[in-house]
Write a protein that binds this ligand. Structure first.
Ligand SMILES: [Zn+2]
Length: 101
């Protein structure tokens, strides 16, 4: 539940970036990236079941999805194929909203 104007603003921005991401995926001929289990599986296969930061082995149960370009008002990363990457929870917690470099 939103606690402040900033929370509402961030939630609205994330919804907007998800919707733009769907449009971007459709325009490129991809099924929009969503919460589907099949897409998580494809992501893991593409990245050889490894965390994209530390290389630790991850599975569907330990998968954490990170946005290479963060979904925030400064970076405007999309929830779309090519910007979602698999990582372990430790790396995702460490990266959070920071730039991937
Ligand atoms: Zn990791």
């Amino acid at each position: 539940m939103a606690r402040s104007k900033s929370d509402i603003s961030n939630s609205a921005l994330r919804i907007f970036l998800q919707e733009v991401g769907k449009f971007y995926d459709k325009e490129r001929g991809f099924e929009p990236f969503g919460p589907k289990k099949k897409q998580k599986f494809e992501l893991l296969i593409f990245f050889n079941n490894e965390c994209c930061f530390c290389g630790a082995e991850i599975s569907e149960k330990t998968l954490s999805q990170d946005h290479l370009i963060p979904m925030n008002k400064a970076a405007l990363g999309l929830h779309a194929w090519g910007n979602v990457e698999p990582c372990c929870r430790d790396c995702n917690n460490e990266k959070q909203q920071k730039d991937w470099l």
